[in-house]
Design a protein around this ligand. Structure first.
Ligand SMILES: Cc1cc2nc3c(=O)[nH]c(=O)nc-3n(C[C@H](O)[C@H](O)[C@H](O)COP(=O)(O)OP(=O)(O)OC[C@H]3O[C@@H](n4cnc5c(N)ncnc54)[C@H](O)[C@@H]3O)c2cc1C
Length: 421
């Protein structure tokens, strides 16, 4: 028997989870959220997992608990196909569940929202998939931490605490935040306390001549200064041509020794988009939408966040944009259900906030229409934490989020700050 729902949301990340909660909170009792994982770690904190933070520290939340609290349904599973003519989707797995295959199942919707995020693009560079670590899941972030831990131990046990050579490719927010956390974290000292000094040599490579392309100059200058002080070597104009087991080579012939390479240089849509023939997509494998976020040619299929692209006015691939789209769709889906046209989505840039671990936080807040306020230090750190706190409060409710925050605070005071493998 086919199961039918008013609204099915596939993908419970930064955008999808907020939309499910908002719809349920408005009284919509026929919402089904599907995600391939059973729990949710807010993606903008994955680099902290990579730098050694435990999942509790970055507030991992179980979908089943959130669904029960707000009164929507949750199923763990992988989107396999979209069949618009039948108003249904095919869901398989979940692959992550141990104990054998679950038969693919057909689920029917009146309205469908696709929110399954994106993945890192390898840009056709040789060796990326074979030799570099990507940050496309919380598991991969933890695997990076594990590899780094082992490499630190191997170097410490080998020839007199030789520092680990690490190359991070890409100076976008993920690259700089990861570099900041790793360069100033306590992990390397905790693993090899006798070393005392810096046990990581981090080189951050950027293909463009400009560091952090597209970021306001005041923010990128401040990030550069902090990372340099923390010992990160920043090289711009370094277009990577090949990654091997122990090095990164640029097209112009430079070689950077690397025992651990992290590739965070570019975004594209989810691989499954390439296998679903019913919905048009762009060259980056993102589903194309109109300004009202409806998939091209569809009346009742919406696409939000990193897996979609508004054809003539793309929003940036950020949690901020996904969250704004969730707020927008929470108003438009009920409108469509009442037979009215959904309104167009308008992205409002609220600013940029970056946390660099012990190297501090910097950012830009858009206070007026075209007026930016540059912030740094404690104010920027508080604003950065505030963005996640807001997401958490939405998902958990104010009281539970505050209790959760307090328990995390205590955990970091009495327990280890980092996870050591
Ligand atoms: C390390 C890092 C730091 C970042 N820092 C910032 C920041 O500071 N500020 C900011 O605004 N943005 C930041 N971003 C970008 C931001 O996290 C993303 O733009 C945002 O999470 C996109 O939201 P989304 O809802 O589209 O997808 P996601 O949050 O990626 O969620 C997608 C969900 O879909 C699920 N899924 C995927 N495929 C399937 C499938 N086939 N079937 C079922 N479920 C599936 C996944 O499990 C996931 O839960 C950062 C990203 C990274 C990696």
């Amino acid at each position: 028997m086919k199961q039918a729902y008013q609204t099915i949301i596939v993908g419970g990340g930064a955008g999808g989870s907020e939309l499910a909660v908002r719809l349920a909170d408005q009284g919509d009792r026929e919402v089904l959220l599907i995600d391939r994982n059973h729990s949710h770690v807010w993606k903008p904190r994955w680099h902290e997992l990579a730098a050694g933070a435990g999942r509790g520290h970055v507030n991992e939340l179980k979908y089943a608990g959130i669904a029960e609290r707000w009164g929507f349904a949750f199923q763990q599973g992988d989107l396999l196909d979209v069949l618009p003519d039948e108003n249904s989707i095919v869901v398989g797995g979940p692959q992550a569940l141990p104990g054998g295959e679950v038969e693919p199942r057909r689920l029917c919707y009146s309205q469908l929202v696709l929110a399954i995020g994106g993945v890192t693009a390898d840009m056709g560079v040789k060796g990326v998939r074979e030799h570099a670590v990507l940050l496309d899941s919380a598991d991969q972030a933890e695997a990076l931490c594990e590899r780094l831990s082992k490499q630190l131990l191997a170097n410490a046990a080998g020839d007199g605490n030789r520092p680990v050579d690490m190359v991070i490719v890409g100076s976008g927010p993920t690259g700089v935040e990861l570099a900041g956390f790793l360069a100033t974290g306590h992990q390397s000292n905790a693993l090899t306390p006798a070393a005392g000094g810096n046990t990581l040599n981090i080189v951050l490579l950027e293909a463009m001549d400009e560091f952090m392309p597209g970021t306001p100059r005041a923010v990128s200058d401040s990030v550069r200064q902090r990372l340099t002080q923390a010992g990160v070597d920043i090289v711009t104009g370094a277009k990577v041509g090949e990654i091997t087991e122990d090095a990164v080579r640029t097209g112009s012939g430079e070689r950077y020794a690397s025992q651990l390479t992290v590739w965070v240089a570019g975004q594209m849509g989810p691989p499954i988009a390439g296998k679903i023939n019913s919905l048009p997509r762009n060259g980056k494998n993102q589903w194309l939408t109109g300004r009202d976020l409806r998939a091209k040619g569809q009346d009742n299929i919406f696409v939000m966040g990193d897996c979609g692209c508004i054809e003539d006015n793309p929003a940036p691939p950020t949690a901020q944009a996904a969250s704004e789209q969730a707020e927008h769709l929470a108003q438009q889906l009920p409108r469509l259900a009442r037979g009215r046209r959904p309104r167009v989505f308008q992205y409002r840039d609220k600013g940029t906030l970056l946390s660099l671990g012990e190297a501090g936080a910097v950012g830009r807040l858009r206070v007026m229409l075209d007026d930016d306020l540059q912030i740094r230090g404690r104010l920027a750190r508080a604003a950065y934490r505030g963005v996640q706190r807001r997401h958490q409060m939405l998902l958990l409710g104010v009281t539970k989020a505050l209790l959760d925050g307090a328990s995390n605070f205590l955990e970091t005071r009495v327990g280890p700050r980092i996870k050591v493998h």
